[in-house]
Ligand binder design. Structure first.
Ligand code: SF4
Length: 363
């Protein structure tokens, strides 16, 4: 099952989500629990690159309230950035001080070799010592692997030298093998703000939700559709499925949604790239989960060179509820439009497929 809560108040969203999910039900109270945010670079979470400290705060307080006191935070930023700087800039130094938690910069950790199914990987020793790993990724697009979410976030648990080797190996196979060797017990995806194009942020897009689950393959295959990607495009997901790390999202997967009456508004100032895509949008009171999906969909069409083939006016938002039009309309609010992409909010992949089917094929 996948859990999705909508909003922008990350802390209260995480608390509500975890109260419902009850991930700790069968966990031993004295266990060592590691929280692994995505602090790939030293940029605050509104850049679209890193996990909001408010997401992590929600997780810390949930587990502390349930009687778990042995919590640590661990991460290793990408090669070329300092994890210590990222801890400071991203708000984790203060968070650790406030809750008296250890912060582990895994760049300083010892490496241990472990044999996977087909590769031997070098892993950070501390990551192997924990009883439960809580993975806190950000929903982002990635220039090489297309998506970075739960499975790829474990790359912060390997030494820098191994990160370089992962790139030499083409990323997909070692990412799947890494998830074979290190098990995740809980995943909370920060999808309040993610990035449109790169893991280092810079083109932030509001997706207005937090996603919870325990299966990284399920979470990533669902996340891929949210940002307009076919799961086949991301080979490490199918490789992870083959390694029996988890199951793919499909039409029978149960998705439990919370705060459906509380979709947040758009608040971010668009980057130049987002602004360029937004020229195709006629917006009137759109919710950010819907608008974010449309921006991702337009970005996917642009990548394929198909942006020039779609109409230059796509309507989205609550103001169009009673309007009729022959222009394309996004979501339930434009249900009276003759070319309507259903959903509330729709997934970016459904928007991409509809626009390709109705406009690109005919051009
Ligand atoms: S369809 Fe309308 S109400 Fe639903 S998410 Fe989109 S803009 Fe919001």
């Amino acid at each position: 099952m996948i859990h999705v809560i909508y909003g922008k108040d990350s802390y209260s969203m995480v608390r509500e989500l975890l109260e419902s999910m009850k991930p700790e039900k069968e966990w031993n109270k004295g266990s060592l629990i590691a929280l692994k945010p995505n602090l790939v670079v030293s940029k605050p979470s509104d850049s679209g690159a890193t996990t909001s400290p408010e997401v992590t705060r929600g997780v810390i307080e949930h587990f502390k309230d349930k009687g778990f006191s042995n919590l640590v935070i661990m991460e290793s930023s990408w090669v070329g950035d300092s994890t210590e700087k990222a801890f400071k800039v991203c708000g984790y130094e203060n968070l650790a001080r406030e809750y008296n938690l250890d912060l582990f910069d895994l760049k300083k950790d010892k490496a241990v070799k472990k044999k996977g199914k087909s590769l031997t990987l070098s892993l950070c020793e501390k990551a192997l010592e924990v009883d439960y790993l809580i993975n806190l990724p950000v929903l982002k697009s990635h220039c090489q692997t297309r998506l970075t979410c739960a499975l790829k976030n474990l790359k912060g648990l390997i030494p820098d030298r191994e990160k370089r080797r992962f790139h030499d190996l083409g990323l997909h196979e070692p990412i799947a093998e890494l998830n074979f060797l290190i098990k995740t017990s809980l995943i909370i995806v920060d999808a309040v703000i993610g990035d449109l194009t790169h893991e280092e942020g810079g083109n932030p897009v509001e997706m207005g939700r937090i996603i919870g689950g325990v299966d990284p393959v399920l979470i990533d295959s669902y996340a891929a559709e949210l940002i307009g990607l076919d799961v086949e495009e991301i080979r490490y997901i199918s490789m992870s499925k083959q390694l029996e790390i988890g199951n793919l999202f499909n039409k029978d997967t149960e998705v439990k949604e919370y705060r459906l009456d509380n979709y947040p508004e758009i608040t971010l100032e668009p980057s130049p790239r987002v602004k360029r895509l937004a020229r195709y949008i006629v917006e009137g009171g759109a919710c950010s989960p819907c608008y974010g999906a449309l921006i991702h969909a337009l970005s996917r069409l642009e990548e394929k060179g198909n942006l020039g083939k779609i109409p230059d006016k796509i309507f989205i938002g609550r103001k169009f509820r009673d309007m009729k039009s022959t222009s394309p309309g996004i979501g339930l609010c434009t249900a009276k439009f003759s070319k309507n992409i259903s959903g509330c909010p729709p997934k970016a992949l459904d928007i991409v497929k509809y626009l390709e089917e109705h406009f690109v094929k005919n051009n």
